[in-house]
Design a protein around this ligand. Structure first.
Ligand code: HEC
Ligand code: HEC
Ligand code: HEC
Ligand code: HEC
Length: 153
């Protein structure tokens, strides 16, 4: 009897590991705690240190988290904030901010046109989102190395 129980327990444990192991990779159904920001579609190579974005800390309630709403960062095709809950699917930023690599300012372009152009790029959208909010809220890092760790060499 004891032996049978042990086998049952082991079988359940193995199944549970399979289940949880699989769910870690299922981006569509989970809301990641920490996101490794290494978008290889947007950048052929990463010249800066890879940003480990503490997603959960940003939307977790204060005082442990920063108390942001999902819609502070995730919006629809008209830039309207999305009402989401944990577990909902979202589109990647690159799906709408479709241009890849770092934008280069064309000579003589006005500031408003340049701001608009940068938003067409994943690079511009992500920095405007992260750094823009940190600047506005007078909170959060704005220096390169505070987000991009110095590469180990
Ligand atoms: C608040 C955090 C934050 C700050 C501050 C920040 N970045 Fe970034 N940066 C990011 C994120 C997030 C990405 C997107 C990386 C990805 O998804 O692949 C990124 C991407 C990049 C990339 C493209 C990928 C690469 O590694 O080549 C470059 C270049 C870059 N940043 C340079 C800078 C520079 C220069 C500064 C300072 C002027 C800076 N960043 C400040 C968060 C930040
Ligand atoms: C401070 C900004 C911010 C907040 C707040 C935020 N997210 Fe995100 N989220 C991001 C960024 C940036 C990504 C990466 C997008 C990309 O790679 O294109 C992301 C990715 C995701 C993804 C897909 C990738 C993954 O691994 O999870 C889901 C799902 C998601 N967020 C859901 C949510 C939900 C639900 C909330 C609210 C409970 C939320 N997010 C709050 C910025 C945020
Ligand atoms: C479904 C399409 C879509 C997705 C997905 C999307 N955006 Fe946008 N975003 C837009 C549109 C449209 C605008 C308005 C563009 C304009 O005014 O030129 C916008 C504007 C912005 C702005 C400027 C905000 C403002 O109000 O001035 C930032 C920053 C931004 N997006 C960042 C992001 C980030 C970061 C992600 C991923 C977490 C993301 N976007 C995902 C469509 C999208
Ligand atoms: C809508 C506002 C907002 C957006 C968007 C945002 N942050 Fe933050 N972030 C904050 C606040 C608020 C803090 C807390 C600052 C403090 O407590 O001093 C913070 C803190 C941080 C910190 C310091 C460590 C921590 O978690 O407390 C890092 C690193 C960081 N953010 C990275 C990012 C990156 C990368 C992005 C974009 C992918 C991003 N943030 C987008 C508001 C924002």
């Amino acid at each position: 009897m004891k032996g049978k129980h042990l086998i049952l327990v082991l079988a359940i444990a193995a199944l549970a590991m399979l289940f949880f192991g699989a769910s870690i990779n299922a981006e569509e159904t989970a809301t990641s705690d920490v996101i490794k920001m290494e978008n290889t579609k947007a950048f052929a190579t990463h010249k800066q240190g890879i940003v480990m974005f503490d997603h959960k800390k940003h939307f977790a309630a204060k005082p442990d988290g920063h108390g942001l709403a999902c819609g502070d960062c995730h919006h629809d095709k008209d830039n309207k904030p999305l009402a989401l809950k944990e577990g909902d699917k979202v589109q990647g930023c690159l799906e709408c901010h479709t241009k890849t690599e770092k934008p280069k300012k064309p000579q003589g372009m006005s500031k408003p046109d340049w701001d608009k152009m940068q938003l067409e790029y994943y690079y511009g959208a992500i920095h405007e989102n992260c750094v823009g909010c940190h600047k506005k809220g007078n909170a959060g890092p704005v220096k390169c190395a505070e987000c991009h760790p110095k590469p180990e060499k």
